[in-house]
Design a binder for this molecule. Structure first.
Ligand code: UD1
Length: 363
């Protein structure tokens, strides 16, 4: 019987992989789950397993942090041993983190077909490590699952064969739809004394935004001004917390808190009046929830969130951020729409393709 190897490793990918892992399991296909442990803090990893009901992984690679080369190399060494031992027939990776590329490379070199969930997204900004990871992963993959049509266009332009590309929708939105009722029932805003109040939610973790002191200070100053007008909760990624300490950024009116679990964050986001973020996934989640989103970047690899959703690109200058916040709060978003196939059934479509492919030879 064919063996499917599903890889998880970092926070944004738990939500994308969970519905697929669970669907593979429900169909009683033979599967092993590998956790690279690129993210390892309980609030960056364990709580997502619990929240998303992901089965305990069969293998933990324990790679943790390091430079890009160190982290990628450690994943590759650990993952190669598993592939050599177990000889999976397909390796499934998601997104654009270092673990994604590392496992895709190992599999491709061992001639094991790779399936890439969330293929084809492009920011066209090669200074983002994620852009390198996306492009290279796509080019060694045999099954490319796209979330939006722009992904198909990008892949075709790069010479990827049409028959490898499958427009299936967004498995992260499957997770959102499954867990939203519970997230709202938990009323997480009450824990922040926000019951009945309008509030904003902020996240920031991109190296380009938080590792550069001047840029981080500029963004923090804009957020501080927002927080003067509307309560602002900021669950901070470990990297961001480190930089806040290192740069001596004052906490002011912003309510910095530890990273939240999936269900808590989803509940808080669903009821927010405004989200400010540099995350990729949150641009998509706010689009589906109809919550205005100001993205603290000058580009996005997810253009559908600008076209159909609630996303506005603000860049990182204070005046531009504040202008985007005004625009976002004043606009009537009732015309926003959920993108095609973001309907909670992406994992079913993905596993349909996987199931019909693992028996066949995939080139
Ligand atoms: C990674 C992804 C990024 C994704 C983000 C989501 C890459 C290149 N980047 O960035 O695309 O949006 O995850 O969170 O893969 N740390 C901890 N505990 C943890 C995880 C990280 O303390 O559980 C610390 C590390 O020590 C390190 C920093 O956070 O100093 C960054 O972690 P790293 O995995 O290198 O990248 P992220 O910034 O999390």
């Amino acid at each position: 019987m064919s063996l499917i190897c599903s890889v998880i490793g970092a926070r944004p990918n738990f939500m994308k992989m969970a519905p697929v892992i669970l669907e593979v399991r429900a169909r009683r296909l033979n599967q092993i789950v590998v956790h690279t442990e690129q993210h390892f803090d309980p609030e960056m990893s364990d709580i997502f397993f619990k929240n998303l009901k992901i089965p305990e992984p069969d293998f933990h690679l324990g790679v943790r942090s390091g430079t890009h080369a160190e982290q990628t190399a450690r994943v590759m060494e650990g993952f190669e041993r598993i592939c050599l031992d177990l000889k999976p027939n397909l390796v499934v990776v998601a997104g654009d983190v270092n673990s994604t590329l590392a496992c895709a490379l190992v599999a491709a070199k061992l001639l094991i077909p790779v399936a890439h969930i969330e293929a084809g997204l492009r920011s066209f900004d090669r200074s983002m490590p994620e852009e390198i990871n996306r492009v290279l992963t796509d080019h060694v993959s045999s099954l490319l699952f796209t979330t939006e049509r722009s992904g198909n266009e990008n892949l075709i332009r790069e010479g990827i064969a049409q028959q490898k590309i499958h427009f299936v929708g967004n498995s992260m939105i499957d997770s959102l739809q499954t867990h939203l009722p519970q997230a709202l029932a938990n009323r997480p805003w009450e824990r922040f004394s926000l019951d009945g109040k309008k509030y904003g939610l902020a996240t920031l973790h991109r190296p380009a935004n938080v590792d550069d002191k001047n840029k981080f200070l500029e963004i923090a100053s804009a957020l501080e001004e927002v927080a003067q007008h509307i309560p602002l909760v900021f669950p901070a990624h470990p990297r961001t917390l480190q930089r806040i300490e290192q740069f001596g950024i004052s906490r002011g009116a912003i309510n910095f808190v530890q990273p939240l679990g999936y269900i808590d964050f989803l509940g808080l986001m669903a009821k927010a009046s405004l989200v400010l973020t540099d995350s990729g996934g949150i641009q998509e989640e706010t689009t589906v929830l109809g919550v205005p989103c100001v993205t603290l970047r000058s580009n996005t690899e997810r253009p559908i969130t600008l076209e159909l959703g609630t996303n506005i690109l603000a860049g990182t200058e204070k005046s531009n951020i504040l202008r985007a916040v005004q625009q976002s709060l004043n606009r009537d978003w009732s015309d926003r729409r959920s993108p095609p196939l973001w309907d909670g059934k992406a994992a079913v479509r993905i596993v349909d393709v996987i199931e019909s492919s693992v028996g066949e030879k995939i080139s």
